[in-house]
Design a protein around this ligand. Structure first.
Ligand SMILES: Cc1cc2nc3c(=O)[nH]c(=O)nc-3n(C[C@H](O)[C@H](O)[C@H](O)COP(=O)(O)O)c2cc1C
Length: 174
């Protein structure tokens, strides 16, 4: 039985690309992949592990943007769901050069919800190796999940995913 779901938003860009790479790294048959348009038809109750991928797209800039809408729908879902007993890992797409003060902020926003709902969050990442000034994803000096910057550091993405997935294996049985 597959006991890991990977849910991401938005569709069709770097977040989806990273979601597929992470699924492949863990093993395609070991992870069920979903995006926000699947939310109505899926029951997440059966999954012990949930990996969540989200892009940071500053809400105040593009209120009507479809990608922002998808992230808002993902957030609303996270607020509705029961998280107690689930092990959760987060990855976040961002751009550290264009948004150095808000790098991967959305990972911080969603982890606030998950923490308040008692999810067990694993897969934190040291901030060393990333160049940015501030981020809502910083918790006690560490990044709450895996930041990926396809625009400026795509050459590091594969290695970052490999190391992160290896680390997740300590906390998640796939
Ligand atoms: C309007 C807009 C706002 C963005 N805001 C942020 C931000 O606040 N922080 C950040 O790290 N990246 C930000 N980014 C960069 C995106 O997160 C990055 O391009 C990401 O790869 C987009 O994911 P996608 O390709 O799946 O849509 C922003 C990009 C756009 C277009």
């Amino acid at each position: 039985m597959v006991n890991t779901a990977l849910l991401y938003a938005p569709k069709g860009g770097n977040t989806e690309n990273a979601a597929k790479r992470i699924q492949t790294e863990i093993g395609k048959d070991k992870v069920d992949l979903y995006n926000v348009s699947d939310l109505q038809k899926i029951s997440f109750e059966k999954y012990k592990n949930i990996i969540i991928g989200v892009a940071s797209i500053s809400n105040d800039i593009w209120q009507s943007n479809i990608k922002t809408d998808e992230v808002v729908r993902l957030t609303a879902f996270l607020e509705r769901m029961e998280w107690k007993g689930k092990t959760v890992a987060i990855f976040g797409l961002g751009n550290a050069i264009s948004y150095p003060m808000n790098f991967v902020d959305e990972m911080g926003n969603i982890s606030e919800i998950l923490i308040s709902k008692k999810a067990k969050i694993v897969g934190k990442v040291p901030r060393e190796g990333y160049e940015f000034s501030d981020s809502k994803a910083l918790y006690d000096g560490k990044l709450i999940g895996l930041p990926l910057d396809y625009t400026n550091e795509d050459d590091k993405t594969n290695d970052r995913i490999k190391v992160w997935v290896n680390n997740l294996k300590e906390f998640m049985i796939f």
